[in-house]
Design a binder for this molecule. Sequence first.
Ligand SMILES: [Cu+2]
Length: 290
Amino acid sequence: MRLEVPLMLAVLVGGAGPAPPGTAVPPYQAEQRTHLPPLPPVVTFTAREYAFVGPDSIESGPTTFRLVSAGHEQHFLGLVRILSPHTFDDYRRILTLNPPPPWVIAVGGVGTISPGGIAMTTLDLEPGLYVMLCDMQDARGTFHMMEGMLRPLTVLPRRNGAVMPTPDVEFVLTEFAFSAPAKLHAGPHIVRVRNVGAQPHMALVWRLLPGASAASVVHWMNTPSDLSQPVALVGGVPPLAPGREAQLLLHLEVGHYLLICLVDDDAHDHKAHYDKGMVSEFTVESPVRR
Ligand SMILES: [Cu+2]
């Protein structure tokens, strides 16, 4: 499945940033400046085997991370903050530590997308050092982050002045459940995703292929020999530390979807959160009213 850029965001991409001196300001930009608070800038990262292509630094404040999958494998963009005085090299040394030390804070990112897909998440980031990573595995079982999909991102002290857009939907994450609407209308949505629990959680969005259900997806997840992927991956929010939030920009088509959390319960038995209840189905219906 390919996500189209919502109309609102298409306008935003075209209108982001000030015009160079001496050039005419398009009418919609002038209108945005006088009547609306600035929307978050959109920063594009392209994922391929095995690298993220995109800027090394961004301004602080609300920013929309747009992940474009240009490869032939599934990728995501996980984002963690590294607290000072720790460095990127410090993080490399503890990459496989589970759970990570307290100076590593999961701040979300853009959830896994199928090859050719595009997904977007808006995050309000404080200045500091961050790391982007993808820990999907290749056909030999090697994590993508060991093959190049691991790089620092600096969030500068200078703020971009943007404000978070007003969401129309909310997904709330806790141990071990999603609180989310059972039905949504097709089309663009801004979803506020909040972790109110005591553990990190994620909210990946998977579209169920015909015949699949939450139960059949969990069975597939727990059966490594089953290679029938019954879902299309349309993004979502990778792990978010307790108390953090993100905004998901979804352009939903009619169909059946799952929210799923793949985090392990490291505080207890190391079982996956989806095995403890963090899998939730929702239906997307046509917005046409009869
Ligand atoms: Cu969880």
